[in-house]
Structures are given as structure tokens and as C-alpha cells.
Design a protein around this ligand. Sequence first.
Ligand code: 3PG
Length: 207
Amino acid sequence: MQIREIMRSCPVMPVLIIEKTEHAVPLAKALVAGGIRVLEVTLRTEAALESIRLIAEAVPDAIVGVGTVVRPEQFAQAKSAGAKFAVTPGLTETLAAAARAADIPLLPGVMTPSEAIAALEMGFDALKLFPAEQAGSYGMLKALGSPLPQALFCPTGGVTPESAPKLLALPNVGCVGGSWLAPKDKVAAGDWDAITALAREAAAFRK
Ligand code: 3PG
């Protein structure tokens, strides 16, 4: 599945920080039950790679990807664990080459017009605007749409359930990313029903 197709599969890509591997499968199942199938598991915890492996094995309806990739070797590691796509907070030639070598679809992060043009030159036309709020969010995306209509964005960072529908109405926004679908306290408490409810609300943002 290519990045644009993945972006079309979900209006909101949850950014997941999984502290304990035993949370991975119930969390993924709770999100999928609410209609959110695309899951970005960030490499910010010890549990991340194993969590990707567990979700890929046990939740076939989920499209699990790896996030916060900042080192080239992480693409192949995540792909072997079962990641179907990768997300980076920024883009370098090294990361672009490593993603290509690992043959994993990449949603690279950009924050400025020059970075977006550089990413387009490297062959990426589906981009994460990160950090979206600091980059100007709605106004920035609207402004980028005119000179760079070929770029489709997933704004991430500071996006909320309140701001998401307006962002999704922009023609150059394919989906948005956010961590609000998996609040730390709800995950720690195993309140999967609350997470399914958040996912259901987010799934309804589809334009
Ligand atoms: C992150 O870096 O954690 C993501 O950009 C999500 O940001 P958010 O917590 O503002 O949704």
C-alpha cells in the first residue's frame, strides 16, 4: 500500500507512544473497533518494535506503521517487525535512501516550502507537516496549496479534535496525525472503550 492510499484509509493517524507491550494489541483493537485502522507506533519507547510485531500478528485489520524514525537502520528493523509504512519528523538524503533500500513507504516530515520542494525532488509527494501548529497549521497549508498543489499533507503536532475537521477540508490535506486518540491515562488504565469512542469520533471526520 502506498502512502497516499494509507492516508486515504483514515482521516486521523493516531500517534502512539506504547510504554508496555501488553497494551499494544488491546490498544490497536480498540482503535480499529472505532474505525481507525492506520496506526503509527513511535520509536520512543523500548516497547515500540515488539508492539509493532504484536499488532501486525494479532490485528490483521490494522495498517501498522513506525514513527519517529530518525536513524537509517530503523527502517529495516521496523519492516522486519511488520511495519507497513514509516513516518519521520524530518527528511535527509540518508533517511530517504534507507527507506528506499528497506522498500518501506515513507511519509517524511517537512516544515518549510524549501523542505517540501526538497522532498518532492527526492520523489516524495505525500508529506507530514511537522510540527504543524508551530508551522502555521491551517494558514500554512492553505498557502502551500497554491504553489505546491502536487503535495498532499498530513499535518501533525498540536492537531486537536476541534482543529482536525477544518484541516481535513483543505484539498491538500489527506489526513491528520495526533496523539489525542490514545491518552496516556486511558491506556494505562486499560480503558479501551474510551479509546474506541475517541476513534469513532475521529473516523467520522472523513471528508
Ligand atoms: C508527536 O510528536 O507526538 C506528534 O506530533 C503528535 O503530536 P500531538 O501530541 O500534538 O498530537
